[in-house]
Design a protein around this ligand. Sequence first.
Ligand SMILES: NC(=O)c1ccc[n+]([C@@H]2O[C@H](COP(=O)([O-])OP(=O)(O)OC[C@H]3O[C@@H](n4cnc5c(N)ncnc54)[C@H](O)[C@@H]3O)[C@@H](O)[C@H]2O)c1
Length: 331
Amino acid sequence: MLLISRQDIQKVFTMRDAVEADKRAFQMLAEGAVDVPLRTNIQAPSADGCFLFMPAYAESMEAASLKIINVFPHNAEHGKPVCPAQVLLIDGSTGEIAAVLDGNTVTQYRTGAASGAAFDLLAKKECRTGALIGTGGQAPAQLEAMLTVRKLSKVKIFDMNAERCREFTERMRQTLDAYEVSFETAGTSDEAIEDADLIITVTPSETPVFDGKKVKEGATVSAVGAYQPHMQELPPELLVRASGIYFDSREAVLSESGDILKPLADGTITEADLTGDLGELLLGRIPGRKNDKEILVFETVGVAVQDLVAAKMIYEKAVQCGSGTAWKSEN
Ligand SMILES: NC(=O)c1ccc[n+]([C@@H]2O[C@H](COP(=O)([O-])OP(=O)(O)OC[C@H]3O[C@@H](n4cnc5c(N)ncnc54)[C@H](O)[C@@H]3O)[C@@H](O)[C@H]2O)c1
């Protein structure tokens, strides 16, 4: 069994790899080529936490995976990570556990790559300006994914925590300098998005994080944060203006995301407004962008097949490059 750390992953896996992995994952999902039971959620009331188990199996890849990602909010008070996570990669022909991969790193890559895949498939070819709302743990990979699939000259960044926003922007200037983009902090979320061709929201907000009227024609928006029915980042009027609403998994989004569930419930949008999954677009079953004026929206809540495909690709590259630490199990 191989233990694959964050550093090991960064040595062998790029954001471009992650985008290709997610596209493959979304396509497999649309083809029905993957078994993805709903995630199991076990509450741990005494610690005010919960355990989340996310399994997936793809016979065609001879691989299964289980991501364990636990949410323990009080860990922050003790300087521990709030969402400890690992991914187990399993050999589909023997059932042996082939690898344990740093779960936060896999999550960051595959979640960033969902936005990357959506922009790659849905955005205008010529984009100049990006906007990022939310500068927490997922944000660096989101930003890198945006820059991986389109050549931008400027990204405006906003977070309700101004200090965190400034610190993040400075850090990105250093870590993403190879992309030769100007990063600016915005004073408000509307200032961040009003001239943007590409917009990412990645916050745990329960109310819309910008004004939908301010989004310019031709923009593509990726909404990442709202993975529960009470959460909401997207202004409903944006969904009314949008010519297409796409998903990683329509089924998962319709069981989890307040971004879509709330405006569906109050009749602002109807199911007829929902276009379909990125995987269906990849298979040519639904249309993509028709012109440079349309506003298109992508909603992602995350599906376990993304972890599976990313983990398998990382594992194969790590084996090829001799990365990771071998650990011999007795069974
Ligand atoms: N779609 C997926 O696959 C997926 C995967 C992982 C995480 N997530 C979700 O993405 C969200 C962000 O994750 P994270 O780990 O980066 O969170 P985080 O807690 O590390 O950071 C969230 C940031 O959002 C900011 N914020 C909150 N409300 C805001 C608002 N209204 N406007 C502007 N900024 C605001 C906070 O100040 C904070 O800096 C969470 O809801 C998380 O559950 C989704």
